[in-house]
Design a binder for this molecule. Sequence first.
Ligand SMILES: *[C@@H]1O[C@H](CO)[C@@H](O)[C@H](O)[C@H]1NC(C)=O
Ligand SMILES: *[C@@H]1O[C@H](CO)[C@@H](O)[C@H](O)[C@H]1NC(C)=O
Ligand SMILES: *[C@@H]1O[C@H](CO)[C@@H](O)[C@H](O)[C@H]1NC(C)=O
Length: 310
Amino acid sequence: MHLGLPTIFLLLLSVVAGEDVYASDPNIYELTPSNFDKVVHKSNYTSIVKFYAPWCGYCKQLTPIYKKLGKFFHKDGQYAVNVVAVNCDKDYNKPLCSKHRVSGFPTLMVFRPPKYNQDKPKPQGVHAMETYSGERSFKSIMNFVNSRIKNYVKKFNNPSSDSLRQWLSNPSTRSKVVLFTESNSIHNMYKSLAIDFLNSTEFSMVTVKDKDSFKQAVADLNLSSITDFPMLFNVQEGELVRFDRPKLDDKLAISKWLIEQNGHLPVEGQLSKKDRYYSKYRGIKEKKPKEDRTEKPKKEAKKKTVHDEL
Ligand SMILES: *[C@@H]1O[C@H](CO)[C@@H](O)[C@H](O)[C@H]1NC(C)=O
Ligand SMILES: *[C@@H]1O[C@H](CO)[C@@H](O)[C@H](O)[C@H]1NC(C)=O
Ligand SMILES: *[C@@H]1O[C@H](CO)[C@@H](O)[C@H](O)[C@H]1NC(C)=O
């Protein structure tokens, strides 16, 4: 067989198969066939996967954006999203890439988990898979992925409604958390908390639209000390215990507080066993978890964070 020059060139390239681009990125999983299903499918998190080849120009172009996405979704375990990369240049990854019909680089795919119903047997399905074909900008990809996070937060539109009172007083084997806010939409960090504590804690959100309904709710629920929004409460035998921090922008601090309050460990996310176990697939060298990380937020060179509040 006669090999043309381009073919020889390609062969050479694959001999020196490029190293994994994200191998040292603490927010991105470089996956292989042996761990892809575990991380992507055995999770209630949504995953975005970049199938790439290290030599491809468009892949390189996307690299800084993808790193930024990793930081946005995964840093401090903020959102229920795994940011994943698969290096299709590696021979051992080729079956994974062809299984997903990757025909050009980079291919971005989003994997959405099946809805889990706490009161029914486990759903059997695997995650729904979609190819992302929108604009390859941070904002556009971020919005798309955000829209694919599953919601387990129960929403009430009126703080004086009977349905809220019922929900608060109904006995349940699970713990309950309620957020009062002026916002109408459910913040992704809050959705993410609900996923981390799925099956042990129920999360709800109450939209308070005006002063009058707020006053009424304060009276109805005996929350006389409450003056501002948003407010997060743990419900203990009908009593509401407030999360006593001025800001609700630190998921780790909220998670720790919930563990203290109710004694349930999250199944996913930063404080879960699962996360510690899977962190080996990200660019993280096993390090000892620092206990007081949230107690003393580092005052390091006031970095602008992208995370907003609940
Ligand atoms: C979702 O969470 C529930 C409760 O922890 C768990 O039983 C179920 O297996 C999870 N689903 C997936 C796809 O991992
Ligand atoms: C959900 O939680 C209940 C009670 O804590 C437990 O018995 C059950 O096994 C859990 N279900 C799943 C699917 O994790
Ligand atoms: C509010 O307080 C009053 C009097 O202390 C009590 O009777 C009532 O049951 C309380 N309501 C709720 C919702 O806890």
